[in-house]
Design a protein around this ligand. Structure first.
Ligand code: FAD
Length: 532
């Protein structure tokens, strides 16, 4: 007998839904969450300007039509506090609190073949056993601070955006240095610039950013939309990105150039990243087609930023649009027209060190009162490797994945029976509306466990062959696209020493779901089951 049927690690969008879904299927569950609140990404990333960049009508749970109808979003892309309120509301509504243990970090989990169970240990010295473990630790939760010589000597405060002080930070009149210009850097920069004495933006790589055109959700619009929400969600499930996007269905290169410009202009005015990426069928596979959208976006930067030298520096080059996460902001580029903002190119003159009064690059020194790192995460594997997970014969997950993470269907790993990785490597997660991917994984895992129980099986584990075949399919699909062509966190390029492997499935959410369903319908093909 185990203490529980399932231990869930983490209580963000994934863990919260996993607790609800598994409990509803009659399983005993406990989720452990390191934070003292639930919400994951939306609990930790409380920096000014934090908001989702997939519209909340999509970036929200679809499992409960009632929830869908009764919750109202205030705007197209709500800010972090509202998303956090939503997740707390979900926990209240479905009475999940007794099953989520907060302020408890899972430190390790080890598989015991004799009892077909996991022993899960926590930082407070606790240990319990469970038949299954579902990691819901987040693809973007293990944050990264660059290893800068002298950082300890800095006399002012420094912050990472993913551990923002709850009480907020007052930058009024200060000289602030911001390191990192990805999605988060682009969101926080205009907020800091609005109050700081001076903001220095240290840019290593210029990123593409499209406008959000954020605005309030009007009541009438919401009512009309909600009258067809079910139908909309069904379309989302079958879609490529987990959001229904109306594309032309034709390759850009076959279109008259003036039509292409007209369509991009309309999409730029409407806002949002996914409508761009889904506009033509060849944008993410043909460099020539991608060059057209890249130049369109560079033109928008040049027409917004008044200083031509700054504009050129802000123009991304050398990688395809979409191969790094496409950023979204309504005011990032225009912010560089403010007299209190300067852009520092740390590609040509890298940061050398931090000194008590500021930051030194190889060509200059910058006097600073505060430093902000928007330097991202050890994506996909960081939070998994932070635990000591040991599978068959005590094999550490870190060793099993030393040359690159691998999971059959992106949800289960050979050598780690009865462990499910919600939005694991090999799944479309980070290339999609992540909430939709989370729901699909959680429901697939719930049904798998129900199937095992109905047959009295006690273990399930993917075969090494099935896993190899899946991961080579993942690579093959990726290599037919432009996605692996950028040095990005998608390939681990932001973490020194991390193997450069593209482990996300870019074959589309709809086809991926069909594949997962087919595996289940064939009696969990590619998995070995045992017991009874
Ligand atoms: C700033 C930001 C904005 C984003 N915006 C979007 C967006 O607009 N659209 C989109 O699709 N995606 C977005 N994402 C991706 C986002 O991470 C996912 O959409 C989603 O929130 C992930 O949910 P999760 O539950 O899987 O992981 P998380 O939300 O990361 O939650 C994981 C939880 O696990 C906990 N945990 C980790 N390790 C342990 C441990 N050992 N023991 C106990 N607890 C542990 C963490 O504390 C965390 O609370 C964004 C990410 C960031 C960082």
């Amino acid at each position: 007998m185990t203490d529980l049927d399932v231990v869930v690690v983490g209580a963000g969008f994934s863990g919260i839904y996993a607790v609800h879904a598994f409990r509803s299927a009659g399983l005993t569950v406990r989720a452990f969450e390191a934070g003292d609140g639930i919400g994951g990404t939306w609990f930790w990333n409380s920096y000014p300007g934090a908001r989702c960049d997939v519209e909340s009508k999509d970036y929200s749970y679809s499992f409960s039509p009632e929830l869908e109808q009764e919750w109202s979003w205030s705007e197209r892309y709500p800010a972090q506090p509202e998303i956090l309120r939503y997740l707390n509301y979900v926990a209240d509504k479905f009475a999940l609190w007794p099953y989520i243990q907060r302020s408890t970090r899972v430190t390790g989990a080890s598989w015991d073949a004799a009892t077909a169970s996991w022993t899960v240990t926590t930082a407070d010295g606790g240990a319990l056993t469970a038949r299954y473990i579902a990691t819901a630790v987040g693809c973007l939760s293990e944050f990264q601070v660059p290893d800068l010589p002298g950082l300890d000597s800095f006399e002012g405060p420094w912050y990472h955006t993913s551990r923002w002080p709850r009480a907020g930070v007052d930058f009024a009149g200060q000289r602030v240095g911001l390191v990192g210009t990805g999605s988060t850097g682009i969101q926080i920069a205009p907020e800091i610039a609005a109050v700081a004495g001076h903001l220095h933006v240290f840019q290593r790589t210029a990123n593409f950013a499209v406008p959000n055109r954020n605005r309030p959700w009007l009541d009438a619009e919401e009512r009309e939309f909600k009258s067809r929400y079910r139908q909309y969600r069904a379309q989302a499930r079958e879609s490529f990105l987990g959001v229904p996007v109306t594309g032309t269905g034709r390759p850009l290169l076959s279109e008259p150039p003036e039509d292409v410009q007209r369509l991009f202009t309309a999409r730029w005015q409407a806002g949002g990243g996914m409508p761009f990426l889904g506009a033509y069928t060849d944008l993410l596979v043909s460099q020539a087609a991608n060059d057209v959208v890249a130049e369109f976006m560079r033109d928008r930067i040049r027409e917004t930023v008044l200083d031509p030298e700054v504009a050129e520096l802000l123009c991304p080059r050398g990688y395809p649009v979409g191969a790094k996460r496409l950023c979204q902001s309504d005011d990032y580029y225009a912010m560089f027209n403010r007299p209190n903002v300067s852009l520092v190119d740390i590609r040509s003159a890298p940061i050398e060190s931090v000194y008590p009064g500021g930051l030194k690059t190889t060509s200059d020194s910058y006097e600073l009162d505060a430093l902000v790192f928007a330097t991202g995460f050890d994506a996909l594997t960081g939070a998994l490797f932070a635990m000591d997970i040991r599978g068959v014969a005590g094999l550490p997950l870190r060793s099993a994945w030393a040359t690159g993470a691998a999971a059959y269907l992106g949800v289960a790993a050979a050598g780690f029976p009865n462990m499910f990785v919600i939005t694991g490597p090999g799944s479309p997660a980070v290339f999609s509306n992540v909430v939709l991917s989370i729901e699909q994984h959680v429901e697939w895992v719930r049904d798998c466990i129900a199937w095992l129980r109905a047959r009295g099986h006690t273990t399930i584990e993917p075969t090494a062959d099935a896993q190899r075949a899946w991961m080579s399919h993942v690579s093959e699909v990726a290599n037919a696209t432009l996605f692996p062509k950028a040095d990005s966190w998608y390939v681990g390029a932001n973490i020194p020493g991390k193997p450069r492997v593209f482990t996300s499935y870019v074959g589309g959410c709809g086809p991926y779901r069909a594949k997962c369903d087919a595996v289940a319908a064939a009696g969990y093909e590619g998995f070995r089951v045992a017991g009874a």
